[in-house]
Design a protein around this ligand. Structure first.
Ligand code: NAD
Ligand code: GLY
Length: 359
């Protein structure tokens, strides 16, 4: 079992990664001061595949598990469904020692964390992420959120989990498109932090695409190590944590303008990372060869790299002006200086941005 510790003082926690450890999660719960009542929050698809294993593992160790199921999809990561979960917890008599388990992808992780942060002013929760994206990104770092009709992830809290429990065997059932969407976030860690990891992802592409278990554990571990280090140094994103947003400024604008239905998150940020690298190259901060390598790696994994033809650069810029990461209405982003190192909080002129988004 691989173990990574997220160092956050009294809110520190461990990320444990293995193949086939889902049935052992109950044993791990015994190390925590949780009460007997545990609610497993999931959706019908993931629940059908994995909840029985988690449920039985908890029951075997003497816990009293309950299932709370919400519909599958980003559209249900909202205040209404958060309220629904809160209502169930009250009906079931959950108290301050009770614990929640997020069993699913980033949608389930974000809403469960959000509810955990609110119920009785905050209770414990455990992340059991089952998509690659959630295993390498959303389950770590304590950002919780629900969507508002006026903006995605606009309502949320920072609330760290007590434990992140990753079983790579759950990735066996993940559709290819979802798997590759997670790979985009994995590649992100290479660009923002670790050139050797980037090279590793270039060299081992075939085995990774075939979901070789040992390699999956290795890339998830490295991704979680990098995210943990960043979060430990800047939990609340006052500065360094912004590196994790590489590709997201353009990517979020593309997702919003295409109604969150054309691209998966990882696909949109793949386009975003390529064009934010292009911007850095056009501004003279990044060399052409590195830009070509970034374009090349996303393409080789079958991820999209072109701005969709129906989107005008000016409309993308307009959407980017609404980004919650901007300050005083100026577009700020992180751009690469070289593979493995980023410029943070860089203010971008609208015309430069339009040049990078063109052709
Ligand atoms: P998701 O949670 O919607 O899961 C994608 C699909 O895969 C869903 O249909 C889900 O039911 C299904 N699924 C999950 N596990 C499966 C499995 N093992 N086998 C088969 N199907 C499975 O999407 P996602 O990409 O995991 O997460 C996206 C969400 O994460 C977004 O809401 C985004 O805002 C959020 N996010 C949060 C953070 C953060 O730091 N909190 C970071 C990145 C993304
Ligand atoms: N996914 C970006 C962050 O956790 O900060």
């Amino acid at each position: 079992m691989e173990k990574i510790r997220v160092e956050l003082g009294e809110r520190s926690y461990e990320i444990l990664i293995d193949a086939g450890n889902l049935s052992k999660v109950g044993e791990r719960f015994l190390r925590f001061p949780f009460g007997k009542k545990i609610a497993i929050v999931s959706n019908p698809l993931v629940s059908e595949l994995y909840s029985e294993t988690v449920f039985n593992s908890l029951k075997k160790e003497g816990f009293e598990p309950y299932m709370i199921i919400i519909p599958d999809g980003e559209n249900y990561k909202d205040y209404f469904w958060a309220y629904h979960i809160l209502t169930k917890l009250l009906e079931l008599g959950f108290d301050r020692k009770s614990c929640l388990v997020a069993l699913g992808g980033g949608v389930i992780g974000d809403i469960t964390g959000f509810v955990a942060s609110l119920y009785m002013r905050g209770i414990s929760y455990v992340q059991i992420p089952t998509t690659l994206l959630s295993q390498v990104d959303s389950s770590v770092g304590g950002k919780t959120a629900v969507n508002h009709i006026l903006g995605k992830n606009m309502i949320g809290t920072f609330w760290q989990p007590a434990l992140v429990w990753i079983d790579v065997n759950t990735l066996e059932t993940l559709p290819d498109r979802e798997f590759l969407s997670g790979i985009a976030e994995v590649i992100k860690y290479g660009v923002i932090w670790d050139e050797r990891f980037f090279e590793f992802l270039e060299t081992n592409r075939e085995k990774i695409i075939k979901r070789d278990k040992a390699l999956l554990i290795e890339i998830i571990k490295r991704s979680c190590e990098i995210k943990s280090e960043v979060v430990s140094r800047d939990e609340r994103e006052s500065s360094l944590r912004a590196v994790l947003n590489y590709g997201h400024s353009i990517g979020h604008a593309i997702e919003a303008l295409t109604g969150y239905s054309t691209y998966l998150h990882g696909e949109a940020i793949s386009i975003g990372m390529v064009h934010e690298a292009k911007l850095s190259y056009l501004l003279g901060f990044f060399d052409k060869e590195s830009f070509e390598r970034i374009k090349g790696i996303f393409k080789s994994y079958g991820l999209p790299i072109e701005i969709p033809a129906m989107l005008e650069p000016s409309s993308i810029v307009k959407a980017m002006l609404l980004d919650k990461k901007n300050i005083h209405g100026k577009i700020r982003m992180v751009i690469p200086e070289r593979i493995g190192k980023m410029k943070i909080n860089f203010e971008i002129g609208e015309n430069d941005l339009k040049r990078a988004l063109n052709g």
